[in-house]
Design a protein around this ligand. Structure first.
Ligand code: AMP
Ligand code: ZN
Length: 113
């Protein structure tokens, strides 16, 4: 998608600090970290909502989640971590390309407000 920030990271039109990538997705650092470590996992395929996904996209998401869990050293997952997917306005989704927030490196509170 031409007008999408994360598609531009995927295509390389815009540069970001990519920690990991494969045929399915990229991982880079969030520009405005909400925890000691804050990464974003972004599928290379553009969609905004989980609800838009086909069955194949569901399998893609499963592969991404499994891969994230294997990147313990790179993402600082050893002592625990949190994955977040914001969907829509109430959740505060600001970038309309599905992404998984990966938060780690500290004790976290649980407060969705
Ligand atoms: P969300 O609010 O769930 O849509 O998450 C979007 C995330 O993208 C936020 O945590 C932003 O800090 C992050 N973000 C926005 N622009 C950039 C950028 N240029 N590089 C890295 N992360 C970004
Ligand atoms: Zn996109």
């Amino acid at each position: 998608m031409d007008d999408c920030l994360f598609c531009k990271f995927v295509s390389g039109v815009l540069k970001t600090d990519i920690i990991y990538q494969d045929e399915d997705f990229i991982i880079f650092k969030d520009i405005n970290p909400q925890a000691k470590n804050h990464f974003l996992a972004v599928p290379k395929k553009h969609f905004k909502y989980l609800a838009e996904m086909s069955d194949d996209d569901g399998a893609l998401l499963g592969r991404i989640l499994k891969k994230i869990s294997s990147l313990s050293d790179e993402l600082g997952l050893k002592n625990g971590y949190r994955l977040v997917i914001n969907q829509g306005d109430d959740a505060g989704q600001t970038v309309p390309h599905l992404h998984i927030h990966i938060l780690s490196g500290q004790k976290m509170q649980w407060n969705p407000a």
